[in-house]
Unconditional design. Structure first.
Length: 525
């Protein structure tokens, strides 16, 4: 328990408890039932309030913040409908193991039986995207239940926690000390028998793949994985959509496991052993007739470490068990891409964009990738970029890229953030631009503007369809009318530029990097 002044509202007790537990930012879109909590945020300056114009911006920003800061961000949402607007990015946050604390106001407890228009089953909405759901059942227990929620959110490997707070309990006066938030337990060390069993499989000389996720994608994890690869000849892959991966600056040039199942199956087909280090067993994103759902032979899969375990230490222990020599550390300065060697004329292509963005990335940048148009070419090229962190769309729910970039920028204001977006996906949470402008977040949004839903065109082909059909064209095209990105950005207060060639993109990106603050560049494909 910690001391505080007696006689404060339940809302203030909640905010003080969250602040004492390490929460520093609250991404909010509040309503009537959250006004006491808004007042409490006035009274507790330790938590910075950030307004999002749409709840999906708030939840996505909290996810991006947590991935970079490594600690919980808080959201403040209005009843069940407001929470429902944020569910898509909470789905992504759950898949990323992000410690997000959602605070949702509810009707006064005595008003709930009347089934007012905004009454809903918040628990049922929250359960699929939360590792913990709880409701404050009295003003006196507000601090205790908040501490329980925050401890649950921080439990390895991280999870969403949703705290429902009736309006009357927010307003009532409470006394007594704040509840202490339990510190998160350290991730469990993988036992020696598991490490030795995997080592035994790798010693037999057959082809192997190490599939890396979670803690395996830190610098420490990748360096240990590189030792294992050097000692055994194993191939390294990142999981297809990693929550956060350190890249460049001399780290292994591992690529993401391919998205389409046939390609991923081919990549894993020759492996007698597929070692999972912080990654889940790879499965196809969708079911396709005649294509296995499991991308690796189940008999080949061996789990070294679950995401909740100490993956870095497990990889180091495995390297030691194999007698793997240390890998020489280098910044590979000679391998860093040089802009002067890139083609500057002709129309932009995804491959050219990947190379240009990689070449211009500042040291320690954060790149939030959403959309396949330029995402894969960039990830491959960025192995030869300066050291940076890449965030991807872990759960596949569209609309994560811009909010995650915003959250990352607020988590690390000293780092340049790039949001590498496709034009269709950017529209899901375009309101994030306004919050970037208001907070003067250092985010450069790069829009791959091909005026269509490219992934849907690909899927049409896979299903034997064609974009030439009237319905297919109508449902996959974004060119009637074309999106006016300069006008959209200006309307939200973000300066915009347009690039049609490699040279124009180099110039626009350099200007944005020099000026700082939020910018948008439309990259015309």
């Amino acid at each position: 328990m910690t001391e505080r002044t007696a006689g404060v509202t339940g809302a203030r007790a909640l905010v003080e408890t969250a602040a004492a537990g390490g929460v520093e930012v609250c991404f909010a879109n509040p309503g009537t039932t959250e006004m006491p909590l808004v007042t409490a945020l006035d009274e507790v300056p330790a938590i910075r309030p950030v307004l999002g114009l749409f709840e999906g911006v708030c939840t996505g920003a909290a996810d991006g913040y947590a991935r970079i800061a490594g600690k919980p961000a808080m959201t403040l949402l209005h009843l069940g409908p407001g929470f429902a607007n944020g569910i898509a990015n909470l789905h992504n946050a759950r898949r990323a193991h992000s410690p997000v604390l959602n605070v949702v106001g509810d009707h006064a407890s005595w008003h709930l039986p009347y089934d007012a228009p905004l009454t809903s089953d918040i628990v049922s909405l929250a359960t699929p995207v939360s590792g913990w759901v709880g409701t404050v059942d009295s003003a006196a227990r507000t601090s205790a239940v908040t501490a329980e929620a925050l401890a649950a959110a921080r439990r390895p490997p991280g999870r969403g926690a949703t705290l429902i707070v009736p309006a009357d309990f927010q307003q009532q006066t409470v006394t007594g000390p704040l509840a202490a938030v339990a510190p998160p337990p350290a991730p469990a060390r993988v036992d020696a028998a598991t490490v030795e069993a995997v080592a035994g499989r790798l010693r037999d000389g057959s082809s192997a793949v190490l599939l890396l996720g979670a803690g395996a994608l830190t610098e420490r994890g990748q360096r240990a994985a590189a030792r294992i690869a050097d000692a055994t000849g194993a191939t390294l892959y990142s999981e297809t959509f990693p929550a956060a991966a350190e890249r460049g600056g001399g780290l292994p040039a591992l690529d993401r496991l391919p998205y389409f199942p046939e390609v991923a199956i081919k990549a894993l087909a020759g492996a007698g052993t597929v070692v999972l280090a912080g990654a889940l067993a790879p499965v196809a994103y969708f079911g396709y007739a005649g294509t296995p759902s499991e991308l690796a032979e189940p008999s080949a899969v061996r789990v070294l470490a679950e995401p909740a375990e100490d993956v870095e230490r497990a990889l180091e222990d495995l390297a030691e068990a194999l007698g793997a020599a240390p890998v020489a550390s280098t910044d590979r300065a000679s391998d860093i891409l040089n802009v002067s060697d890139l083609p500057s004329g002709g129309p932009l292509t995804p491959a050219a964009i990947g190379l240009i963005v990689s070449a211009l990335l500042p040291e320690r940048a954060v790149v939030s990738v959403e959309g396949g148009t330029c995402g894969y070419p960039f990830f491959t090229a960025s192995a030869n970029a300066a050291r940076h962190t890449t965030l991807t769309n872990t759960g596949g729910a569209i609309g994560q890229g811009l909010p995650a970039a915003l959250g990352a920028a607020l988590a690390a204001p000293d780092r340049q953030v790039i949001a590498l977006q496709s034009d269709g996906s950017a529209q899901y949470t375009i309101q994030a631009l306004w919050t970037m402008a208001r907070e003067q977040a250092s985010v450069i949004t790069l829009i791959a503007s091909n005026r269509r839903y490219g992934i849907l065109r690909t899927e049409l082909d896979r299903h034997g369809g064609s974009a030439a059909g009237s319905a297919s064209a109508a449902l996959t095209s974004l060119d009637d009318p074309s999106l006016n990105w300069a006008a959209l950005a200006a309307g939200y207060g973000v300066p915009a530029q347009r690039a049609e060639t490699g040279g124009e993109l180099v110039g626009a990106l350099r200007r944005a990097l020099d000026e700082g603050g939020p910018h948008l560049i439309e990259m015309v494909l």
